[in-house]
Design a protein around this ligand. Sequence first.
Ligand code: C2O
Ligand code: CU
Ligand code: CU
Length: 488
Amino acid sequence: MNRRQFLIASAASASALGTFALSQAASRPLPIIPLTDLTEGIDARVPLNLVSATHDFGNGAASQTLGINNSYLGPVIRAKQGQTLPFDVSNTIGDVSTIHWHGLHIPGDVDGGPHQEIADGGVWSPDVPIAQHASMNWFHSHMHGKTAQQTYNGLAGILLIEDDASLSADLPQTYGVDDFTLVLQDKTFDAGGRMSYELTGEVFEEGFEGDTMIVNGAIAPVSQTVLTGLVRLRILNACNARFLELSMQTGTLTVIASDGGFLSSAVEAESILMSPGERYEVLVDMNDIETNALNVNLDGGGGGIYGGLFGGDPLTTLLTLSRTGDQGFAGSMPNRLANIDAPRPQDATVTRSFELQMDVGADLAALAMAWDNFCGDAMAMAINGQPMKMDRIDETVHKGDTEIWRIAVDEDLHPFHIHGCSFRILSQSGAEPPAYAQGWKDMVHVDEGWSEVLVKFEHEAATDAPYMYHCHILEHEDCGMMGQFTVT
Ligand code: C2O
Ligand code: CU
Ligand code: CU
């Protein structure tokens, strides 16, 4: 029995589950996140207001959320290489926060890491210089000890960078028409249908995994009508901890870009495994097909909740695309995309090794009780034996150097992230990375064996505004699986 058949078969008995379960089965329209397009020019400072709000995820209940200019999540900001973005980030959430620009190659003092706190009632006004090429980036809370809950509650948004090549490329780029941004997350809702987040010892250990997928703040599946032609999906895994194995209902995924920009040529993949924090762009050919769907296999790397719920079939539809007759983007699948020189392994002058440690002997259940749903400065996980400390610099990098960073773990699968750069993956858990992960990245999967990345550091970060490197399972990060480095 596939999922659709299961839903039909269970509709008769759904009353036993109550109306909340029933409404979950219906398909909702894909929310198009409001766009702030700066590519034509910037004539004023750009406000980003961190607010507390209530939001309906599509089940009729008013959930307590955080948002950035919106009731949940932030805008999609579109900017261009060469611009300097004058943000005014104001905070009225009732707690201190920060906003980090994940993926941007920018100096440490505007990076928005845990040192650039924005007090409740305060405003942070960084001028963010965009030096890098076209790429999909994002921003989210990086408040040390509170990153997990603040990001879960909604403090995250998208920053798309375009450049001359991407703007003139033969690719779909009409926002909300043939170019869609998808923010994928998992949530848990309580009996009243309100979003909930509860830390336990187990959640500290595994990271928080919800039992309901949402897309752009609406409970999946969502649906969208599109024109005949190519459709571009820019996808972010913004889950706190869940890896997502994505596939199309029909055909392969045509992957054109990863975290740091375009691949050198498109890669066809049966499925892609996305860790929290990763971005991929894919093209879907809607020329000869009436409908297609983006599915997630929730047994693929991030737990089996859906596998149990849906009678052993772990495939869940996130987004259904249905075609109308009208002609849309008429271009063809590209073969050459980008030609940006990658660093060469033989240029690396420094090699550093990092061991991510889950188990440093802390009583996670006791910590969860003590910290009241925040991770606090829990010091319960570590890198190279040291839990993250705000006043300790772990590594000092020389600006302009090319380095090899080797990462290993004591147990389980973890997504490792470095601030202020993009890198190339030389090996991922001891093996060659899949073809779609061989372009520019700022995330690498680490389980057994060493993962190695080749990275050149081109921007400065001083002792009072260092860069971070960390596991992007946000509960692990908050728990201390993070370190700090300077570039001078
Ligand atoms: Cu997406 Cu240090 O974070
Ligand atoms: Cu980052
Ligand atoms: Cu981790």
